[in-house]
Ligand binder design. Structure first.
Ligand code: ZN
Ligand code: FE
Ligand code: FE
Length: 296
C-alpha cells in the first residue's frame, strides 16, 4: 500500500519531510512548500534536496507518489477579481516550477470559491486558469480535490469536477484527488463507495483518480462542513474507511492522512499502524502520549 500523511516542509525542507515520513513508517507523503494559509515561499535548497533524495532511495520512497498541496488562499474561480485570479495563476505556475525541481509527482489544488459569481461561470474560470497554468512541458500532474461544499466551494460534486476537467486542453496533465471527509460532508454515503467508484469511472474515468485523502469526519453526511477527524473517531467509521483504503481498484493510488493532531502530537504513526493492521485503536490518545514520552 502507498500510504503517508501530511508532513511539514520546514527549515530542512524536503529532507525534514522525508525524516518525518520515515518516523511514521510511511512510504509517501504530502507537504505544503510553506504555510497552507499564505503564499510566502522560500527557494528550494539543493543540498537539502539531494540529501532527501538519498534518504528516500534508502527507504524506498518513490518521488512519483509524493504530493504537494497548494495553499488554500489561491482562488482560480473568481476571474472578476482580476488581481487575485492573476496572482493565483502566477503562484501556481511558480509553485509547479519549484516542485518540478524536487521531482514530485502531483500537486493537489482546491478548485476555488465561486463567491458571488454564477457557478457555471466560476467553473469555466477554473478551466481557463488551468489552461494558463499548464503547458506541454509540465511534468507535475495537476489534481483537483473533491470538496465538502462549504460556503461557495466549487468541486462539491462529481459533475462540477467533470465540467472543469472537460474544458482542460492538456488532459493527460490533470486528474482528481478524492477526500473521504469531503465526500462524506458533500453528501456521498461512503457505505456505497463501490457505487461512487462506478459512477466516477463512467463520468471521469478511474485512471484519473490519482490520490486519496483519508480522513474521518466530525460531521454528518451532507453537512457541508469539512472538519477532519481521526480514523474511526468520526461519523464515517473505521471499517468504511478501510474499504476505501483497501479497495482493489485503488491499489496503486497514494493514500494521504490529513487527520488532526491530538494534543500537540501528530497521530500518523499510530493511524498508519491501524491501517496496516486493519484494526481500530480505541486508545489513540493514550498510546500517542506514551509514544512521544518514550521517544523524547
Ligand atoms: Zn485539500
Ligand atoms: Fe484533503
Ligand atoms: Fe478538508
Amino acid at each position: 500500500m502507498i500510504i503517508g500523511s501530511h508532513v511539514n516542509f520546514g527549515k530542512e525542507q524536503l529532507l525534514g519531510a522525508v525524516k518525518q515520513t520515515i518516523s511514521y513508517d510511511a512510504n509517501t507523503f504530502m507537504f505544503y512548500t510553506g504555510a497552507p494559509q499564505n503564499s510566502i515561499r522560500k527557494e528550494i535548497n539543493e543540498d537539502l534536496t539531494n540529501e532527501a533524495f538519498k534518504l528516500m532511495k534508502e527507504n524506498g520512497i518513490d518521488l512519483k507518489n509524493v504530493v504537494c498541496h497548494a495553499p488554500y488562499i489561491i482562488n482560480l474561480a473568481n476571474k472578476d477579481n482580476v488581481d487575485s485570479w492573476d496572482f493565483s495563476i502566477d503562484f501556481l505556475k511558480k509553485e509547479i516550477m519549484r516542485i518540478e525541481k524536487l521531482g514530485v509527482g502531483f500537486i493537489v489544488v482546491h478548485p476555488g470559491n465561486y463567491l458571488k459569481l454564477d457557478v457555471n461561470v466560476a467553473l469555466q474560470n477554473i478551466s481557463d486558469a488551468i489552461n494558463k497554468i499548464l503547458c506541454e512541458d509540465t511534468n507535475v500532474m495537476f489534481l483537483l480535490e473533491t470538496m465538502a461544499g462549504k460556503g461557495t466551494e466549487c468541486g462539491r460534486n462529481m459533475e462540477e469536477i467533470k465540467t472543469i476537467l472537460d474544458k482542460v486542453l492538456l488532459k493527460d496533465k490533470v486528474g482528481v484527488c478524492i477526500d473521504t471527509c469531503h465526500l462524506n460532508d458533500s453528501g456521498v454515503d461512503l457505505n456505497n463507495f463501490e457505487e461512487y467508484l462506478e459512477k466516477f469511472d463512467k463520468m471521469i474515468g478511474l485512471d484519473k483518480l490519482k490520490c486519496v485523502h483519508v480522513n474521518d469526519s466530525k460531521n454528518e453526511c451532507g453537512s457541508h462542513k469539512d472538519r477532519h477527524a481521526n480514523l474511526g473517531y468520526g461519523t464515517i467509521g473505521f471499517e468504511v474507511l478501510m474499504n476505501v483504503v483497501y479497495h482493489e481498484k485503488l491499489k496503486n493510488v497514494p493514500k494521504i492522512l490529513e487527520t488532526p493532531w491530538i494534543l500537540e502530537y501528530p497521530p500518523y504513526k499510530l493511524e498508519i499502524e491501524m491501517i496496516k493492521k486493519r484494526k481500530f485503536n480505541s486508545s489513540l490518545e493514550e498510546d500517542l502520549k506514551k509514544l512521544f514520552i518514550e521517544t523524547n
